[in-house]
Write a new protein. Structure first.
Ligand SMILES: [Zn+2]
Ligand SMILES: [Zn+2]
Length: 404
């Protein structure tokens, strides 16, 4: 077994992992520019022989570790660095000092674990053939940070730098079993696009509806038609989710408004359905409004594509988890999750996988834990060394043998 010392080495740096994670947690940053977080990482890894590259669009950085055993494959490991615009209610003594900003998606832990993997792999650099690229990425929470880093050429495919041969990432989940990894080949997470429909009619007195063009019943009809569309136009074997999450119209009880607005999200697990959902929403909104002689303007805000994991990359992760942590450490998930993740952009270019890591506290009923994006979301930091060993392990295994 090549990886037998990885977990011991990761446990030995547990204190550093906690320190870095807490420092990032206490000072969360939003969006594509997370300079303080980047600087914390660079300071923590300043003693390592890494080559750092930064792009123009974001504060994302790629640090390259060259193996000492000659030319070979290239593997990318990714950690996201950004937080969410929401208050923190954990009561932790290292809770966010930035009011209204919180690391509620575990990206603080992802960044610390990636830094830990760089530490472990740098110690083994002499035995590595090829190179490891550590992608510290901002702007995951809806900001397309991974796409910008790719467009900036940081991942390769431009200026003579080739794309990596494989890519891996972790995402923590507090409401999953302590220390257990999960993954699945094929679609892991959904494509998520946003829609906004504005129905325009003609307002007037609520007692004289026939003299108005009332947008409210039309908005209701569109909501119902969209739900019928989901069940009548899409196969249950390639599921989609469409949720209308906001309806807004009117100001008081006796005035018919001029406009009504509908907003929601649509999720799909294939690029075909993603395109069809957009077409169908447009057709139905325009058609229903048109049938009543009103108009509907439809705006689609593009989110992330489907996160598709490579079968061989998932098998490699499963094998490495078994070798490092023993049987039962890796669960194959039956179903995808309809959330979305911008690591999808990386996996569109490079075969690889994202694995989930359960960070509930040991012995705790994980089904009752606050999930990600909760103001009370917490993680068991003692799981972080497992994440570090897993990241380092998949990189080491891929450089040694590829996907075999
Ligand atoms: Zn998130
Ligand atoms: Zn996340």
């Amino acid at each position: 077994m090549a990886h037998e010392k990885l977990i011991e080495d990761a446990q030995a740096i547990a204190g550093e992992l906690v320190t870095l994670r807490r420092a990032i947690h206490a000072e969360p940053e939003l969006g594509l520019h997370t300079p303080k977080t980047r600087d914390k990482v660079r300071t923590a890894l300043a003693h390592l022989p890494l080559e750092w590259t930064e792009g123009a669009s974001t504060t994302g950085v790629v640090a390259v570790l060259k193996g000492g055993a000659g030319e070979g494959r290239s593997v990318l490991l990714r950690g996201d660095m950004d937080a969410l615009p929401m208050p923190e209610e954990t009561g932790l003594d290292f809770a966010s000092c930035n009011e209204g900003v919180m690391h509620a998606c575990g990206h603080d832990a992802h960044t610390a674990m990636l830094a830990g993997a760089a530490e472990l792999l740098a110690r083994r650099a002499e035995t590595l053939k090829g190179e490891v690229r550590f992608m510290f990425q901002p702007g995951e929470e809806g900001h397309h940070g991974a796409r910008y880093m790719i467009e900036d050429g940081l991942l390769g495919g431009k200026d003579g730098l080739s794309l990596p041969d494989a890519a891996f990432a972790l995402h923590v989940f507090p409401n999953a079993p302590h220390g257990v990894f999960g993954g699945r080949p094929g679609s892991l997470l959904a494509a998520a696009d946003q829609f906004r429909i504005t129905i325009t009619g003609k307002g007037g007195h609520a007692s004289l509806p026939h003299e108005t063009m009332d947008p409210i019943p039309i908005a209701c009809e569109i909501v119902s038609a969209l739900q019928a569309m989901v069940t009548r136009k899409f196969s249950v074997f390639d599921p989609v989710v469409l949720t209308v999450a906001r309806i807004e119209a009117g100001t008081t009880f006796n005035v018919v408004p001029d406009k009504a607005e509908i907003e929601g999200t649509m999720r799909s697990l294939s690029s075909e359905n993603r395109a069809r959902l957009r077409e169908q929403v447009q057709r139905i909104a325009a058609g229903v409004a048109g049938a009543h002689e009103l108009t509907a303007d439809i705006e689609i805000v593009e989110g992330f594509p489907v996160t598709v994991c490579d079968e061989q990359a998932v098998s490699l992760g499963e094998r490495v988890a078994g070798e490092i942590f023993g049987e039962g450490a890796f669960l194959r998930l039956d179903d995808p999750i309809m959330g979305a993740e911008d690591f999808a952009y990386v996996l569109e270019k490079v075969p690889g996988a994202m694995f989930f890591l359960g960070v509930s506290h040991e012995g705790e009923d994980w089904t009752q834990c606050c999930g990600i994006h909760s103001t009370r979301m917490m993680i068991d930091e003692s799981v972080m060394p497992r994440g570090v060993a897993m990241l380092a392990g998949v990189a080491e295994a891929f450089l040694a043998r590829g996907f075999d």
